[in-house]
Ligand binder design. Structure first.
Ligand code: NAP
Length: 293
């Protein structure tokens, strides 16, 4: 069994980006600039945004965090997005999800300019992904593809089962793995909560990508010998031994599954850091596409 070390891989990526930013700045140009809009006080969202700011600092990007009260109106948020769309000093921005219930997430996504949509959530970018055209690919599936690429894992002709069909992880993941690319060229099954005989299906997977948000759902008896297992899940569970009072648990029973795998990721040093690195890559891409460079 070999660990797919997303932490180490993401460090490599950050170093590469940092070097590129140093070159940009030494040539007298401004660095890339990412903005994050945070509505409300959700603890996990605050953490994610803080990580994104720290990542920007580390590679030399500028970053701006825009905090809005949880009672902010939908219109106020949409106005802020329009302002960010027009602000030429900002190359890309994200609106941290989830949003308070009174704000329509779809309206928000539809208001973000596709050119600055470094999360890759806008219809235009999702459409481009489907067509195999240049786009911003949602950070988590993009990070997983990068991890497979850097470990030179052959995916062609393999059966890939993706558990979970969310718009931000499962569905784009299934599209990417089925595309005529390397990694890619897999035969993909996209499974969800209505899928029957899930255990039997998982047992046929050469590559199993799990993004359902159910702690340790995938057990050893669901995994084929030699499979490649990617655990996207990240659920906070209370843990008094931690300073934070919680720990993140994946969707895979890592301790028991790992010995059956040829490769496996671990939570939180697998997909999480790759997702963060991927957002930096998308921001650098936005900087170049939007002629910040
Ligand atoms: P989501 O929007 O909550 O969707 C969950 C998906 O899992 C749905 O498609 C659902 O099916 C399916 N599902 C739920 N229970 C199932 C079951 N028992 N059997 C089969 N399928 C089941 O999830 P998400 O946003 O993609 O996130 C999934 C997990 O990944 C969460 O733990 C999240 O925190 C984590 N995550 C981690 C990162 C990272 O960077 N590490 C990034 C994003 C997400 P239906 O569609 O039928 O309801």
């Amino acid at each position: 069994m070999q660990l797919l070390d997303g932490k180490a891989c993401s460090e490599e990526i950050r170093k590469e980006i940092k070097k590129e930013v140093e070159n940009i700045v030494s040539n007298g140009r401004r660095p890339p600039h990412l903005a994050a809009v945070l509505v409300g006080n959700d603890g996990a969202s605050q953490n994610y945004v803080a990580f994104k700011v720290r990542d920007c600092d580390e590679v030399g990007f500028d970053s701006t965090t825009i905090r809005m009260d949880s009672s902010s109106t939908e219109q106020k948020l949409l106005d802020k997005i329009i302002e960010l769309n027009q602000d030429s000093s900002i190359d890309g921005f994200i609106v941290q999800l989830p949003l308070p219930a009174h704000i329509d997430e779809n309206k928000v996504i539809l208001t973000i300019s596709p050119k600055k949509d470094v999360d890759g959530f806008c219809p235009e970018n999702v459409g481009n992904l489907n067509l195999g055209l240049p786009t911003y690919i949602s950070a988590t599936p993009n990070g997983i593809m990068e991890l497979l690429r850097r470990y030179e894992i052959k995916t062609e002709s393999k059966h890939c089962v993706v558990l979970g069909r969310s718009n931000i992880v499962g569905t784009p993941m299934a599209i990417l793995m089925s595309r005529n690319t390397e990694p890619g060229n897999a035969t993909v099954t996209l499974a969800h909560s209505r899928t029957k005989n899930l255990k039997q299906l998982c047992l046929t997977a050469d590559i199993l990508i799990v993004a359902i948000g159910k702690t340790e759902f995938v057990t050893a008896d669901m995994v084929k010998e030699g499979a490649i297992v990617i655990d996207v899940g990240q659920t906070r569970v209370p843990d008094n031994t931690k300073k934070s009072g919680f720990r993140n648990v994946g969707d895979v029973d890592f301790q028991n599954v790992k010995n059956k795998c040829s490769y496996i990721t671990y939570v939180t040093g697998g997909v999480g850091p790759m997702t963060r690195a991927s957002l930096l890559q998308n921001t650098l891409k936005a900087y170049k596409r939007n002629k910040g460079a």
